[in-house]
Design a protein around this ligand. Structure first.
Ligand code: HAM
Length: 422
């Protein structure tokens, strides 16, 4: 039998899980200190939740299947549609603003590359019920807080920011019909991956005049907000939101992390306003995380629209970056506080009682279960599991109602009366 997991998926051995828990712990804690609450949904959803008309990559990458009752189901490729489902389910009973986070495992049948796999855990942080960039800057502050906690600075990572409304304004100005807005966004998103000529030719295939196609690409290639502002209808292009975001970034002390980049549109259909995506400044890796505003998603699912924004942050690219920067923490095990070892079979039941007493006091205790082990082995074992103390039950001490306690850091040993053990 082949013991490897399916291609693109991972096993988490305990040593891998230690790193994973460390990372997810920082995700969770960064959201918590900003007042976000955790939620979750099933990894399996109805396929129809992901059926969308525009040609998004994520839809082509769906893992789908039929259950035994003939229902069409899919493994979630992202969390946002499930979150929308929850918000609609609660209806008007939902308390706004809502600040929720989650760390779902997501599945996409993706071409494998460094930092891209077929399953990943994706930290999602979303706000519903807040209009305007006060919400987006809060999300960006959550992000930079997380980066700071794991040792990443603004010299390492850049968060590119733009607004989809810029493209919307360029198209409206040129008299291009509204239906073409999302398909154009999805094509412009490919500018980073495929040559400009190819993108231009695909946009032309939508039936857009070559001159307008050239203008679209020219505007998104500009490198300052003011240059863009002078080319478009400011109001329609939502330039005020971008300006406000950058002003708020100064107040939050996060301006060093941000760069305006009108070519950023993001590859998902539902964004309607500000969008942002973080990359390593070295340019070696894929996007670290990304998000934006999606004020009209709920009506796509038959609900009443509520302003919303959020981001998704995978567990893969960040680990590659942490490896490159040698910021992966020491993976030494530390899951056990005390090892309890009985010298002889007769003392085993007493060892259980000692272990139970310690556990009741909140200590993590590994009771040696194997028979016939020697003291040397017990010391080595305690060292291997990273224990702070080894508790030895030996006949002489036990007769005096005591246990020998070895402090593994200092190497000191002392006899402690049974009822004084904590
Ligand atoms: P997304 O850009 O598709 O957005 O994914 C967000 C992040 O998830 C990426 O930047 C990356 O860190 C991670 N990611 C995505 N696909 C993979 C993969 N195949 N392997 C490893 N990591 C991956 C969304 O999913 C939006 N739903 C995010 C969002 C939440 N927008 C608003 N709220």
């Amino acid at each position: 039998m082949n013991t490897s997991p399916p291609r693109g998926t991972r096993d988490f051995f305990p040593e891998d899980m230690r790193l994973q828990s460390w990372l997810l712990g920082h995700f969770r804690e960064s959201a918590r200190i900003f007042g976000f609450e955790e939620y979750d949904t099933p990894v399996v959803e109805s396929e129809e939740l992901y059926v969308r008309k525009q040609g998004e990559e994520i839809v082509d990458q769906l893992y789908t299947f039929e259950d035994k009752s003939g229902r069409r189901l899919a493994l979630r490729p992202e969390m946002t549609p499930s979150l929308a489902r929850l918000v609609i389910q609660r209806g008007s009973a939902i308390a706004l603003p809502l600040k929720w986070f989650s760390i779902p495992q997501c599945w996409r049948y993706e071409r494998m590359s460094r930092g891209r796999r077929r399953e990943h855990y994706q930290w999602n942080v979303d706000i519903f019920g807040v209009e305007g960039p006060a919400a987006e800057i809060e999300l960006i502050a959550v992000l930079t807080t997380f980066f700071g906690r794991v040792g990443i600075a603004s010299e390492d990572v850049i968060i590119r920011v733009s607004s989809r409304r810029i493209l919307e304004a360029v198209l409206a100005d040129a008299g291009v019909s509204e239906e073409l807005y999302v398909p154009v966004c999805l094509l412009v998103d490919k500018l980073e991956k495929i040559p400009r000529e190819e993108v231009e030719s695909q946009v032309r295939e939508l039936g857009i005049d070559p001159e307008i196609v050239g203008r679209i690409i020219d505007v998104v290639s500009l490198d300052s907000l003011e240059a863009v502002a002078s080319e478009v209808d400011e109001e329609r292009a939502g330039i005020a939101d971008v300006r406000e975001l950058f002003a708020l970034a100064k107040s939050y002390g996060v301006a060093d992390w941000l760069r305006f980049d009108p070519s950023l549109v993001r590859g998902l259909a539902y964004y309607t306003g500000l969008v942002f995506e973080a990359f390593d400044r070295g340019g070696d890796l894929r996007a670290i995380c990304g998000g934006g505003r999606y004020d009209r998603l709920l009506s796509n699912f038959g609900g009443k629209d509520i302003p919303a924004c959020g981001f998704g942050f995978g567990d893969a690219v960040i680990v590659e970056l942490l490896k490159d920067k040698q910021l992966i923490p020491d993976p030494a095990p530390d899951h056990v506080d005390d090892v309890v070892f009985a010298f002889s079979e007769e003392l085993r039941s007493h060892a259980m009682a000692v272990a139970a007493r310690l556990r009741a006091g909140g200590r993590a205790v590994d009771l040696v279960l194997e028979r016939g082990k020697r003291m040397k082995w017990a010391f080595r074992h305690a060292d291997n599991v990273g224990a702070a103390r080894l508790m030895l039950l030996a006949p002489d001490e036990w007769e005096r109602g005591a246990v020998r306690v070895c402090d593994l850091e200092s190497g000191q040993e002392k006899e402690v009366a049974l009822d004084a053990i904590t």
